[in-house]
Design a protein around this ligand. Sequence first.
Ligand code: DC
Length: 226
Amino acid sequence: MKLNNAITIDGPVASGKTTVGKELAEKLGFQFLDTGVMYRAVTLAVLEAGIDPGDEDTVSEKAEKICIDIYPPSKNDGRQYDVFLDGVDATWSIREDRVRDNVSLVSTYHRVRQAMTAKQRAIGLRGNIVMVGRDIGTVVLPDAAYKFFLIASVEERAKRRFLETRQSGKKTDLAEIQRSLEERDKIDSSRKLAPLKAAQDAIMIDTNDKSISQVVEEILSHVKEG
Ligand code: DC
């Protein structure tokens, strides 16, 4: 049976999923879940505990034990939501470079994915949800009625991430961003389990020359038609 009130948005790094998904959820009065946050939280917990991200068993044990909570934003400091890791505000620390550089590896582990997928599915099945990630349309909510896959060139995505980072006041380098983005895309798309891939029934949206609102409107037009 189709999950009528569930919308999935998948796509590579910096394809616009999070901003588009959040705006879409607000317009529809739906809950929004950015699943990347969960894999980032696991990675942060691993690094904070001094665990080697390459040690699959110990990383998996950690992933199965930690408590991740996501709430609407409590502060007006640019955050899109609050992320708590074992009761501590980790909203900004999950964005650190050390997390970015290890999250794709941690996300390849079977038990890590199993633990995160179970949490995501439990939230998704409650309905009225926009969920974004890499495998939401294919693995987490394959019965969702509306599935979208966002694409954009690597140059465009690197430029977006560069501008975002610069705006937040951090020092940044376009070439380094592009290199890291390509590396993560490669790991995310080539992993054996739940790789980054469009579901067969997903609608592809090229976001290259479109604003966030244009992409949101395009998605809404499909949802309204359906
Ligand atoms: O969307 P993001 O860049 O915050 O995601 C961080 C990492 O988490 C990404 O490189 C791969 C992983 N991820 C995943 O494997 N499956 C998801 N559904 C979401 C994210």
